[in-house]
Design a binder for this molecule. Structure first.
Ligand code: FAD
Length: 473
């Protein structure tokens, strides 16, 4: 076993403790965010389309449904508040990839990877065009991503991944001229594939656009179940205080238990943790450079993603991925001191010149991991119900593509999207407990070992790779 660059760095534990001591346990993006609130669903209401879940998937589905048919009556029914979950607490990397990166897509859908890449880029371009034409104030910046090698074996990985004129390979000096870290050995700047956004403002923009288009939004209205037995040709959507009778239903519930029993084991909730610094001073920012403001990510199986906010804070997230036995989602899991300490230590190893910077916010969020690490699509109740989930932590842009797929399905349409293998096939489910827990833990352990062994994958990971279940970031 070899030490990683983060193990080797000797960051003073007192510095780490001090940097976290005043942080608030709250997603920075939702702190003070101006989003309207909406009523509960009460009584009995009828709609052409009911969307369950008020994150990006649900809001895009409702908005695009109104754009396709302005006369349709559309409702979004959200169990808590719009955008409180992953959509309000992510890193804000709006990535073109629909497949959780090109390597994962190439392995799973080799025949259609070029088509998927094109569709993903079109989807990102359309998001950018919508943001611009609608005047959404969501700090959208098409900066691209800079992938950085921090171990010698990763330099060759980057060189091999370099393709296309929109990507720039940067050697050690060139990458440090972009962003100044003593840990960087090389970089690959993918200039068009990614934008950055303020995730909370994107939620607020989407929700406001939905409301302006005539979508009715209901909050604090957890859907308990769907019933097609009692009404002919429609679906009854039940909440504690109200009922919606819908011609069509789109399920956009992400990591939360699927309302379709057959998909309950197709995702597991995995926690990801994030820190946000105070705004950097001009001198602190100058000590790093970062003039092009790219989104950054390092390369191991356990990787960090980081970026600047509009007011020049650094968001620093990733590395640990924590699954709790039974697949529970609980508020107390949002706080995980050992993950935050590890993140802070790795932050100062990367940017030692920022010694003394403090973190203002820390938070956790839940990701809907599927066994193919990218979205899948389900249908039920004679095509009246559509479902999309499984984004596995890369859904800021892909959720809009998924919204279009669900609307194609619900409209009975055959489109380029519905003909994709990625859309037609559903990945294998996870096993039930205790096998799910043991499987996730042993995979995490093996990935950590690979990161400590120049990326070399052990027998377990090779077996999972061969079965199409392996993860390669
Ligand atoms: C910490 C973190 C960092 C991330 N970083 C990135 C990133 O940088 N880039 C990227 O592309 N992706 C990222 N992701 C993933 C991305 O945020 C998600 O893929 C995306 O937000 C999923 O949107 P969604 O609408 O499907 O899910 P969510 O935002 O989770 O919304 C689902 C909604 O459904 C509601 N719901 C569930 N069940 C019911 C029910 N029965 N009745 C009513 N409502 C219900 C929930 O309350 C919730 O509001 C990150 C995720 C996390 C957690």
């Amino acid at each position: 076993m070899t030490e990683t660059v983060f193990d080797r760095s000797h960051v003073n534990p007192a510095l780490v403790a001090a940097s976290l001591s005043a942080s608030a346990l709250q997603p920075f993006w939702l702190d003070g965010l101006d989003v309207p609130s909406w009523p509960r669903l009460t009584g009995e209401r009828r709609f052409d389309l009911v969307v369950v879940g008020g994150g990006y998937t649900g809001l895009w589905t409702a908005l695009l449904a109104k754009q396709r048919d302005p006369d349709a009556t559309v409702a979004v029914i959200e169990g808590r508040t719009v955008g409180w979950a992953a959509s309000g607490r992510n890193g804000g990397f709006v990535e073109a990839s629909l497949t959780h990166g090109e390597a994962n897509g190439e392995k799973r859908f080799p025949k259609e990877i070029e088509q998927l890449n094109r569709l993903g880029m079109e989807n990102l371009d359309e998001i950018e065009a919508t943001v611009a034409s609608s005047g959404w104030n969501c700090d959208f910046e098409r900066t691209g991503t800079l992938s950085v090698a921090v171990e010698p074996y990763q330099v060759e990985e980057l060189r091999a991944a370099h393709n296309g004129h929109t990507e720039l390979f940067l050697d050690r000096d060139a990458v440090r001229a972009q962003v100044n870290s003593p840990t960087y050995l090389a970089g690959l700047w993918s200039t068009r594939s990614t934008a950055l956004v303020h995730p909370g403002k994107l939620v607020a923009s989407l929700a406001t656009a939905c409301a302006e288009a005539g979508v009715e939004i209901f909050e604090h209205s957890a859907v308990r179940g769907l019933d097609t037995g009692s009404t002919k040709g429609s679906v009854v959507v039940e909440t504690k205080q109200g009922t919606a009778i819908a011609q069509r239903v789109a399920l956009a519930t992400n990591a939360f238990p699927s309302l379709l029993g057959r998909y309950r084991l197709h995702t597991v909730p995995v926690y990801d943790y994030v820190l946000m610094t105070e705004p950097l001073s001009a001198e602190q920012l100058a000590s790093i450079g970062w003039d092009q403001r790219q989104g950054l990510a390092d390369l191991a199986n356990q990787f960090h993603y980081y970026r600047l906010s509009a007011d020049n804070r650094i968001l620093w997230g990733g590395y640990d991925a924590i699954y709790h036995y039974g697949g529970h989602i609980r508020p107390e899991y949002d706080d995980r001191p050992q993950s935050f300490e590890k993140l802070a230590q790795h932050f100062f190893a990367t940017f030692p010149q920022l010694e003394g910077v403090r973190f203002s916010h820390r938070w956790g969020g839940v990701i809907d991991t599927s066994t193919r690490f990218s979205a899948f699509f389900g249908r039920a109740h004679q095509g009246r119900v559509s479902y999309a989930a499984g984004f596995t932590g890369l859904g800021v842009a892909a959720t809009r593509f998924a919204a279009n797929v669900m609307l194609d399905h619900l409209g009975g349409l055959t489109t380029e999207r519905t003909e994709l293998q990625m859309v037609k096939t559903v990945p294998p489910p996870f096993p039930p407990e205790p096998a799910a827990y043991l499987g996730v833990q042993s995979t995490r352990w093996a990935l950590d070992r690979a990161d400590h062994n120049d990326g070399k994958r052990n027998l377990l990971l090779k077996t999972l790779d061969a079965a199409g279940l392996g993860f390669d970031s």
